[in-house]
Design a protein around this ligand. Sequence first.
Ligand code: FES
Length: 273
Amino acid sequence: MSREDLHLPQRGMGSTARTDKWWLQPLVVFLVLSAFVVYTTWAALQGEHYFAHANGEHYLSPFYSPLLYGAAHEPYWIAQGIPSWWPSFIPFSPAMLILVGPGLMRFTCYYYRGAYYKSFWADPLACGVGEPRKGYRGENSFPLIMQNIHRYVFYPAAAFVLVLLYDGYKALWFTAADGSTEFGIGVGSVILIMNALLLGGYTFGCHCARHQIGGFLNSLAKRPIRAKCYGCVSALNKRHMYWAWVSLIWVALTDVYVRLLSMGYITDLRIIF
Ligand code: FES
C-alpha cells in the first residue's frame, strides 16, 4: 500500500466547526485561577490578620502555616519576630517563606497544566479549535521540561498537609477566661479541618503519589500490598480535578474566614463548648 502525507488546513485562532460552548470552560478556569492568584498574593503580602485568637480560638490561616516566625502570642515554629537575615528594605510577611511549596505543587500539577495551558496560553484553546501558533510546544525542552519537578514537589506538599491537619487539631482547643485550655468545636474548627482534608484529598490523589506509593514499579501484578496502596491513591486520583478545584476555593475561603475573625468583622460561632 502506498503512503501519502496528509496536509490538513491550519485553522485560524479560535475558528472551529464546533457548535457547543467550548469557550466556557477555559474562560471559567481563567477567571477563577486569576482571582485565586490575585487574592493569594495580596493575602500573603499583608503579614497580618492571619491568626485569630481574640475569643480564645486558635485559628491560623493556611497561607501562613507552618508559621516559622511570628509574634509572641502566635504559634510560631522557629523564632519570634522577623528573621535577622531578612533584608530590611523588603517588608516581611511569614507567608513569603512557605508559599512556594504548595504554589509549586499547583503550578506543576498535571491537571492544572492541562487547564492553564488552554486558558492562559491558548495551547490549544480547546479540542478542534484553531490556536494562535503553528508549532507544537511540548514539555521535552526548556523551559517546560522544568515541570518534571512535580514528582519531587509532592514530598513537601504532603508534609504541608500534615501540618495543616495539626492546625485543625489545635483549632479544637480554646483558651477559657481563666486561662485554662478546653476542648470545643467552632465553625472555624470545622473550616480548618475540612481544609486539611480537602488538601489531603488533592495531594494524595496526585499522579506522582500513585507511582511513588506503588513502589515506583512498572508492574504490580505480584505485589499485592503495593497494588492495594496504588488502588487507594487511584480512588482519589479518579476525581483529581474536583479535589483540585474544591481544595483551591476552600483554602482561599479559610484565609478569608480567619482574616475577618482576626479583624473583628465577624465572631466565631461555637458549636460545642
Ligand atoms: S498531578 Fe495534580 S497534584 Fe500531582
